[in-house]
Design a protein around this ligand. Structure first.
Ligand code: BGC
Length: 367
């Protein structure tokens, strides 16, 4: 580590083995305030994120497990993983590209979800390396997905970087990829947040603001109809801070059984590199999270399928005890020519970035 920086160097430890005997490592990066993240090489997965409350008390705000076998269990609903090659749904697991038809695994009847079954990006073991300087600490994970893996064309070389700056409590995730044949790609992180600490009862009292005037309506299997509709006058209007529980009952009676919607982020200012997509506040602890992204959409998922599985330290993860804010391109984009494209061409670089920045809600309000 360069002189002047004082946080301990990034740490790498063994996290055990996969059921196939592959070694899994876990990296810790952080800064002097105690803000830290742990990332394991299986699935380039964010396992822990320790964030201070208004009094500086650190808790882990992410749902997850204590070991690899937990992540391999049925109870793992993509906790903290890098999701892809194409996150979210592809209708009936089918798409056509350059006159060729592709068929993918149906793992969310009747659709394809989050990149497949055996070798989706959340299940493979990535290579990793950590870095440290006066500016902060990072871990960079790489994976080469061979041509045809999970039915997707092209050999894809993927890098996901996690970075914590020395002087701020933020985690930045950057995604890069290249391919040797045209292929769809849509990467996100599937962190389940509870800003009161993982294992807290529900997120219904969290307040959320989304920078989205529009969303993409879906059919009953959560595949977009192609329409872009206004949130105004609907339960999806989070243009001002709203308590998540305020209108969840009526959304719960729809096919989505809660919030499970893609919001179309408002255009960013011409000179801005990133859009402020979401702000989430947990009033009890004062923890506030801002999500900034280069992506055009965000899937807000209110943990509707959490079912009381046992997570870290044997804690119970009840229905709606966490939420996901998945920055991404729109679901099923590969079948919607009117949506921003998810096709990566050989010779191009896929490059996106999302930042989760944490602060104290009251201190921010007083500024
Ligand atoms: C989807 C949900 C799905 C969940 C699985 C989310 O990204 O939108 O419908 O149940 O992932 O963990």
């Amino acid at each position: 580590m360069a002189s002047g920086a004082s946080a301990a160097d990034p740490k790498v430890e063994s996290f055990g083995k996969t059921k196939d005997g592959e070694a899994v490592e876990i990296y810790t990066i952080g800064n002097d305030s105690g803000f830290s993240a742990r990332i394991m090489t299986r699935g380039a997965t964010l396992v822990n994120l320790h964030v201070p409350d208004r009094d500086g008390k650190l808790v882990d705000v992410l749902l997850g497990f204590d070991d690899v076998s937990g992540y391999e269990s049925e109870g793992n609903q993509y906790f903290g993983c890098t999701t892809g090659r194409v996150c979210n749904r592809i209708a009936k697991g089918k798409f056509s590209l350059d006159g060729k038809d592709y068929t993918l695994a149906i793992n969310n009847e009747p659709n394809h979800l989050h990149g497949g079954v055996e070798r989706s990006l959340d299940k493979v073991v990535w290579q990793a390396k950590s870095f440290s300087s006066d500016k902060g600490q990072s871990v960079r994970l790489t994976y080469t997905s061979p041509d045809g893996e999970e039915g997707y064309p092209g050999k894809l070389e993927i890098t996901v970087g996690f970075f914590i700056p020395a002087d701020r409590n933020s985690l930045s995730i950057s995604y890069k990829a290249t391919t040797d044949a045209r292929t769809p790609i849509n990467l996100t992180n599937h962190a389940y947040f509870n800003l009161g600490g993982e294992g807290s009862e529900t997120v219904l009292n969290h307040r959320l603001r989304l920078n989205a005037d529009n969303y993409t309506p879906t059919d009953d299997t959560l595949i977009p109809t192609g329409e872009i509709a206004k949130v105004e006058g609907t339960d999806l209007d989070f243009r001002g801070f709203k308590r998540i529980g305020a209108r969840i009952k009526s959304v719960g009676e729809t096919a989505a059984i809660g919030y499970d919607h893609n919001f179309v982020l408002n255009d960013r200012e011409a000179d801005a590199a990133m859009t402020l997509a979401a702000v989430l506040v947990e009033p009890e602890s004062g923890r506030r999270m801002r999500v900034m992204t280069t992506e055009p959409g965000i899937q807000f998922y209110s943990g509707n399928f959490l079912e009381g599985q046992k997570g870290k330290g044997g804690k119970t993860y009840a229905h709606r005890s966490a939420l996901c804010l998945e920055t991404q391109h729109f679901p099923d984009s590969v079948n919607h020519a009117s949506f921003p494209t998810t096709i990566l061409n050989p010779g191009e670089e896929y490059s996106t970035k999302t930042i989760y920045a944490f602060s104290n809600a009251e201190a921010d309000a007083a500024k």
